[in-house]
Design a protein around this ligand. Structure first.
Ligand SMILES: Cc1cc2nc3c(=O)[nH]c(=O)nc-3n(C[C@H](O)[C@H](O)[C@H](O)COP(=O)(O)OP(=O)(O)OC[C@H]3O[C@@H](n4cnc5c(N)ncnc54)[C@H](O)[C@@H]3O)c2cc1C
Length: 436
């Protein structure tokens, strides 16, 4: 970046778009830059990945770079830095350290063991509060799940300094912080294509034909990104399932001490949402594909990509029966006292998955004027308090931008299946089949 762009247009008001907007708005370098943020839906986008009741916040990674980044984010989630622009984001029930039990089945322990090794070494080195408990047997796992039911895995460990965040509440807090800067203009409009002139992206075309121009366009469109720009072999939208089990006040009593429980063999995790007495169940997996033929708005060429199918495109959409059965089996084992109770709702939520699980925060290699901040791969939310600074460091092409290489433009592949070790299903993607 020789000089700051006169105008920056950010598409997407989820975690990546809003944190980029906040960091741009607060940096003196961009004090003369016009910043605009568009989303296809009024805020908060009902089917955005960042909008949900809860997301796990854990430094429990096999990769030390993410463990360290989560530690930095937790400092802000915990309210330990009063000078930070998002100070207070974890207050009022938006962040809770219930602890996290990371477990798996026999033969599926590699990620659990690697993660333990990482946090057991790194967190003490950083001088961080860190309470780890090794769980040697199925009985140990069952004891710390504190549900009165069975164990979700054969062994593992608990990190009592991990927890979860109220995702929608945190994104609303973030949006208010962006608004408070007074530097960002918000708008609603669905981008259907990029506007390109002389090999350069000069803006976007909205549904209805209106063009919106800017010197730099930032795509922070999550799982919708592969439908807007050709990312074949670099990222793929995968559908992931969620369900919600609301409990009465009396029922909640039997699970009120429960930590977040995550089985890396099945991918299923359960978050005890004390704020609304809901057990949220979800599956971190290779997920569903929804192959769709896309026609490029500029060139007219077609390609097939997986695109999100959500309650916005398909009102009443629910998780496939196979997923509901998996949820039911897990809940019967973990909280047998509630067997027979029905989930109040289920949902498909979409990851923008990369092969390594690393994000894509980079200038497009051949389309000048286009920057991408995406590729969350199902684990970006926890970094919300700190990720914007890193995104804008890369955007500014700072020589010391810490994640420039890790989040750089990925090398292409024939197909993208995330193999970061956290998906226990062996990379089996299923084609989404729903009754029309
Ligand atoms: C089921 C599920 C569970 C997860 N669990 C965790 C977890 O426990 N811990 C964790 O750290 N992370 C978790 N994640 C990952 C995390 O939530 C995501 O990585 C993160 O929220 C992605 O943010 P985003 O800004 O890229 O996408 P989004 O929040 O989806 O934002 C993209 C925005 O772009 C807009 N948009 C899309 N297309 C267009 C268009 N054409 N025109 C205009 N606007 C458009 C959308 O409306 C949307 O608002 C989970 C994700 C899912 C789906």
């Amino acid at each position: 970046m020789d000089r700051p762009p006169a105008s920056i247009l950010i598409i997407g008001s989820g975690e990546f778009g809003l944190t980029t907007a906040l960091s741009l708005a607060l940096r003196p370098t961009f004090s003369s830059t016009t910043i605009t943020l568009l989303d296809r839906l009024p805020f908060p986008a009902a089917d955005g990945s960042s909008i949900d009741s809860s997301r796990i916040v854990r430094p429990d990674y096999s990769d030390a770079a993410y463990a360290r980044l989560c530690h930095e984010a937790q400092t802000i989630w915990r309210g330990a830095d009063a000078t930070h622009p998002l100070h207070g984001i974890g207050a009022d029930g938006r962040y809770t350290e219930t602890g996290l039990v990371l477990t798996a089945e026999e033969g599926g322990m590699a990620y659990v063991d690697a993660s333990y090794a990482t946090v057991a070494k790194l967190l003490p080195e950083l001088g961080v509060k860190c309470e780890l408990e090794l769980l040697e047997t199925r009985e140990d796992v069952g004891r710390v799940c504190r549900t009165g039911g069975g164990a979700l895995g054969v062994r593992g460990y608990a990190n009592w300094t991990s927890g979860w965040a109220d995702a929608e509440g945190a994104v609303r807090f973030l949006r208010a912080a962006v608004e408070k800067t007074g530097r960002v203009t918000f708008g609603t409009g669905e981008v259907v294509g990029l506007v390109e002139e002389g090999g350069k992206v000069v803006g976007v075309r909205l549904k209805g034909g209106v063009e919106f121009r800017a010197e730099l366009t930032v795509l922070a469109t999550g799982a919708w990104t592969p439908g807007l720009v050709d990312l074949s072999g670099r990222s793929v939208a995968t559908g992931q399932v969620l369900g919600y089990l609301p409990l009465s006040t009396e029922e909640w009593e039997s699970v009120k001490e429960m930590p977040v429980v995550f089985n890396l063999s099945t991918g299923i995790f359960v978050i005890p949402q004390h704020t609304d007495h809901v057990l949220k169940i979800a599956r971190h997996a290779s997920g569903y594909l929804n192959p769709t033929t896309i026609t490029d708005a500029t060139t007219g060429t077609t390609r097939i990509v997986s695109t999100p199918r959500t309650v916005v495109t398909d009102p009443g959409l629910e998780a496939p029966a196979e997923a509901k059965a998996a949820f039911s089996a897990t809940l019967s084992s973990l909280v047998p006292q509630f067997s027979g109770k029905q989930l109040s709702s289920t949902r498909l939520c979409w990851y923008n998955d990369t092969a390594t699980g690393d994000f894509i925060v980079a200038y497009h290699p051949t389309k000048a004027g286009l920057f991408l901040a995406t590729g969350g791969s199902g684990h970006a939310f926890k970094f919300l308090p700190v990720i914007g600074g890193h995104i804008v460091d890369i955007l500014e092409r700072k020589a010391d931008a810490r994640f420039a290489s890790k989040w750089g433009w990925p090398s292409g592949a024939v197909e993208v299946v995330t193999r970061d070790g956290s998906r226990g299903d062996g990379g089996v993607q299923m084609v989404l089949e729903l009754a029309d």
